[in-house]
Design a protein around this ligand. Structure first.
Ligand SMILES: [Fe+2]
Length: 290
């Protein structure tokens, strides 16, 4: 692993192995028994004036570092960026001082109609310039760099001119933002579109990767669906091992959004990620000393 002169790695601390904080586990935060390296929360769930969710976020922030993860900025869309959304996100970030703010590299609305889905972009120079400009505007408004996340997909555009990983890396370089690398999304898309998931990792530089996501998916027979309702499956663990081998230690987070098990079970997945990282890094160190 070598770092380029424009590496963001020194600016994006390894927070450890955290979990996405979801409502069934709010009581564990409120009673102070939620022990975890860090939390990621869905920004939109806290862009409100008051009430229990903000009390939860206040308490979570006192327990561990927090990252704000957005789902509806419509970064790749053609509607104007939503100023009110950005204002509310800026206020939330100013108040809770997250380790960073992230969003999805996708589109999800058109004509102010929201699809409630994270839809893929065509991977073209035109889309690259468009989305990079919007990321820059968001960063200017928030006064901070954001991380953009690769989404899973079920279709591709026939007029794409570059691989998804080339597009992701180029957006990060052009917009001067970071990357949230979702290893499960890479695996889901790789199976659905027939590319090698390791090729995706090989096409990215470590310099801009600030976080990794792990999650479970479902097999629909003809394709995989990014459901976040299962433990992390073995092929995703294998790809995570490869990511750690290639990129070294990166802040990692387990997402579990449906059929959410106990707090302990989600934390156990984060602990397994910690063990995988330690095992891979230990093996790398042993190889160096041989
Ligand atoms: Fe994700």
């Amino acid at each position: 692993m070598s770092l380029g002169s424009r590496s963001l790695v020194p600016l994006l601390p390894h927070l450890g192995h955290g979990i996405g904080l979801r409502p069934p586990h709010y009581p564990r935060v409120l009673d102070g028994t939620a022990r975890v390296d860090w939390f990621e929360v869905i920004s939109e769930n806290f862009m409100i004036r008051g009430g229990r969710p903000l009390d939860v976020l206040e308490k979570a922030r006192a327990l561990a570092p927090v990252v704000l993860h957005g789902v509806s900025m419509n970064l790749g869309g053609t509607d104007p960026l939503n100023d009110r959304h950005l204002d509310e996100l800026a206020q939330l970030a100013d108040r809770f001082e997250p380790a960073w703010v992230s969003e999805h590299l996708c589109w999800g609305a058109f004509g102010r109609h929201y699809a409630h889905d994270l839809l893929p972009l065509p991977y073209t120079d035109e889309a690259l310039a468009h989305v990079a400009e919007r990321v820059r505007r968001v960063q200017d408004r928030l006064g901070r760099r954001i991380l953009v996340e690769n989404v899973s997909s079920y279709l591709t555009f026939s007029h794409s001119t570059m691989a998804e990983w080339t597009f992701l890396g180029a957006v990060a370089e052009t917009a001067d933002c970071g990357i949230l690398l979702d290893v499960n999304n890479i695996y889901v898309s790789a199976v659905n579109h027939g590319f090698a998931p390791t090729e995706y990792l090989a096409g990215l530089s470590r310099d801009r990767i600030g976080q990794v996501h792990l999650a479970g998916h479902s097999d629909a027979g003809t394709h995989l669906v990014d459901t976040h309702d299962h433990p992390v499956p073995s092929p995703v663990w294998a790809l995570y091992r490869e990511a750690v081998r290639r990129f070294g230690p990166v802040a990692t987070l387990v997402e579990w959004d449906d059929r959410i098990p106990s707090f302990e079970e989600v934390v156990a997945e984060a602990s397994r990620a910690r063990a995988v990282e330690a095992d891979v890094l230990g093996a790398c160190r042993r190889r160096v000393h041989l």
